[in-house]
Design a protein. Structure first.
Lengths: 310, 351
């Protein structure tokens, strides 16, 4: 009996140990199986291509040099000197880059934009990651865009620091505003008054620079997510709004800007506005008011200095 | 003498001197009333509210040469009035152009597209908008010139070789030339995507112009086209009897067709120069007029198409600029939204 009484706890202990080992093994196998089934956590891409000036410049500031960047148009934001070595890709609608050229670069990730979204699935089908919604559409989303880019390339700490610095700088650029002129911001395309609305990048910059955007309360036709930030404004409304300043952002080559400026300064439907009468119709030589820049503070200062004079 | 024979034969004279019917008088009266209403609405309504007494004062001041100033007056006289005049001129021109082409080619599907004008004018406009935006003031001229160049090419091709001047040859030449210009336009848009929004605006049709300066530059061409069209009404009636009968009545079918196409090309090019592409008017308005009046007589169809086209475009423009004010919608789709239900209703009754 004693032997039995002695052996029974031992047998129970051994059985319990076996059960414990089996359970641990089962958990380990299940965990391994789950890990194998779950998508692998995206590793920071080593070879990246940037198709917008914003993403290219932010990557450069984060210390990541893209293997290629989109060939900037004549009036677009200047690329950082750090991108001098990156190959230039010519862009064309609807895909953006030539897919054969792109594949030859063996990129792990492509930073694209909504403009080239038609090409996104085609690039993804080639096994390349595509991020096409990181270009900020509003001034307030610049820091968010920077942090997202930084996270993707595995430089979160630098991203936070850069985002905070950019935010601090553009807030400082809005300080000390003395005058708030009423501003109409239009896309200089033919004889139509394609006005930038309050939900646009350009509208945000004007407001940050102390201007009062005369179209800020006009609701766009269509969805903002689909790019409805511009509206064909009636010239009757322009005359009634009577802006102090009209800024026409041309979509032309830089050498065409003087002719475009002459056209709009003599544009008959605007002739009675205060802007036309006081000679304050401006035509910039760049298109920084149309799309996000990595340095909004400089842009705000430029708008204040050259156009709003406040 | 065929001309003398024509005056001696009572039967062919019928289409040349139509009897005045109550139905047609009512149709003309109805369209005139609608046009007056559309013009009043066009002057009174817009993106901004101008009190009616200000509108009336501004119009009386304009008529009497009063030089008073003010924002409301500026809006009425420098923006709304030229726009209303443009709508009337373009609507009338496109209605007449369609009537001329359908009458001269004996083809119910004939419109300014058929003689290549639309494709040529679009190419001319895109050249300026996409390639040389700095010279946008030349847009109306470029559209006008290329519309007429396209028509000239079509005429040169169709008036040479075998079966020259034949309707089939002309239509096929028009389709070929139109295709070339359309392809060139597409290529320009693909190469300059960033400027595409204004190209789309122009292609969808818009009466947003610089106002009086643009009207002044195009009006002489439209006037010539309309005068030619009204001179062609009776010859077109003879042509409707068949080429042989028309020839026996002293009318040269080829000459009438040639002049009709030239007039239609001038009218359609001038219209494109002012308002972009509004092809719908050219094809639908003459049919609607025939269905309403119950006749194909060109002395009725041509002038009434002018009135109906002017009415439809003026009304469409009022809707386009007030529906989402202060933003404007393209007038082409608005005009289709108003015109197509009316046309389908007429078509259903006719069938």
């Amino acid at each position: 009996m004693a032997g039995v009484t002695v052996r029974m706890p031992f047998v129970r202990r051994a059985a319990a140990l076996r059960a414990l080992v089996l359970a641990a093994l089962s958990v380990a196998i299940a965990a391994a199986a789950l890990a194998a089934a779950a998508p692998a956590r995206a590793e920071a891409p080593e070879r990246v291509v940037a198709l917008t000036p914003f993403t290219a410049n932010i990557l450069a500031q984060l210390g990541v040099t893209p293997v290629a960047v989109a060939e900037p148009a004549a009036t677009e934001e200047k690329l950082s000197p750090r991108l001098r070595g990156a190959q230039r890709l010519a862009m064309s609608h609807p895909n953006g880059p030539n897919l054969e050229q792109l594949v030859a670069l063996r990129p792990d990730a492509v930073f694209s934009s909504p403009v080239w979204r038609a090409g996104t699935p085609k690039i993804q089908n080639l096994g390349i990651r595509v991020y096409d919604s990181l270009d900020p559409q509003r001034l307030g989303t610049v820091p968010i865009g920077i942090k997202k880019i930084a996270k993707i390339v595995g430089r979160e700490a630098q991203g936070v620091a850069l985002a905070n610095r950019v935010q601090r700088e553009y807030r400082a650029a809005s300080a000390g505003i003395r005058k708030h002129p009423r501003v109409l911001l239009v896309l200089g395309l033919a004889q139509y008054t394609l006005a930038m609305l309050g939900n646009s990048w350009g509208g945000d910059i004007i407001e940050a620079a102390g201007g009062e955007l005369v179209t800020k309360n006009i609701k766009p036709i269509g969805r903002t997510s689909e790019g409805a930030v511009v509206g064909n404004l009636s010239n009757e409304a322009v005359v009634r709004m009577n802006p102090d300043v009209i800024i026409v952002v041309p979509h032309g080559a830089a050498d065409e800007v003087p002719a475009i400026a002459r056209y709009y300064r003599n544009f008959a439907p605007w002739r009675k506005t205060k802007a036309a009468r006081t000679g304050r119709i401006y035509v910039p030589t760049d298109d920084l008011l149309l799309q996000a820049t990595s340095d909004p503070a400089s842009l705000i200062r430029k708008v204040r200095r050259e156009y709003l004079k406040n | 003498m065929p001309a003398a024979a024509a005056t001696e034969r009572p039967a062919p004279e019928l289409p040349l001197a139509p009897r005045v019917s109550v139905r047609r008088v009512l149709v003309v009266a109805g369209i005139v009333v609608a046009l007056v209403a559309a013009v009043c609405a066009s002057l009174a309504l817009g993106s901004v509210k101008v009190p009616l007494d200000q509108v009336v004062d501004a119009m009386f001041g304009w008529l009497t040469g009063d030089q008073a100033r003010g924002v409301d007056r500026e809006i009425i006289l420098q923006l709304r009035l030229p726009r209303t005049v443009t709508a009337i001129a373009v609507g009338a021109s496109l209605g007449v152009a369609g009537a001329l082409l359908q009458g001269s080619l004996g083809n119910p599907l004939a419109s300014p597209d058929v003689v290549g004008v639309t494709g040529g004018a679009a190419f001319g406009a895109m050249l300026v908008i996409l390639l040389s935006p700095g010279h946008v003031a030349l847009l109306p001229l470029s559209a006008l010139v290329f519309g007429m160049v396209a028509a000239l090419l079509v005429l040169m091709i169709s008036w040479t070789g075998t079966n020259r001047g034949g309707v089939g040859r002309l239509i096929l030449s028009g389709i070929a030339i139109g295709a070339i210009f359309t392809a060139a336009t597409s290529m320009l848009m693909a190469l300059h995507p960033s400027r595409a929004p204004s190209a789309v605006m122009w292609l969808a049709g818009s009466l947003q112009t610089e106002g009086w300066p643009t009207i002044r530059s195009v009006a002489p061409y439209l006037a010539v086209g309309l005068v030619l069209a009204f001179c062609l009404m009776r010859p077109l009636n003879r042509l409707a009897l068949g080429d042989e009968v028309a020839a026996s009545l002293g009318t040269s079918p080829r000459l009438v067709r040639l002049v009709a196409i030239v007039a239609a090309a001038i009218l359609a090019s001038g219209s494109a120069a002012l308002a972009g592409l509004l092809g719908f008017l050219g094809i639908v308005v003459p049919h609607a007029v025939r269905l309403l009046g119950g006749t194909s007589n060109n002395t009725f169809v041509v002038p009434v198409s002018a009135l109906a086209g002017a009415t439809l475009l003026t009304a469409g423009d009022v809707v386009a600029r007030t529906l989402k004010a202060p933003l404007e919608l393209p007038v082409g789709p608005m005009m289709v939204a108003i015109g197509v239900p009316l046309f389908l209703w007429l078509l259903r009754r006719a069938v």
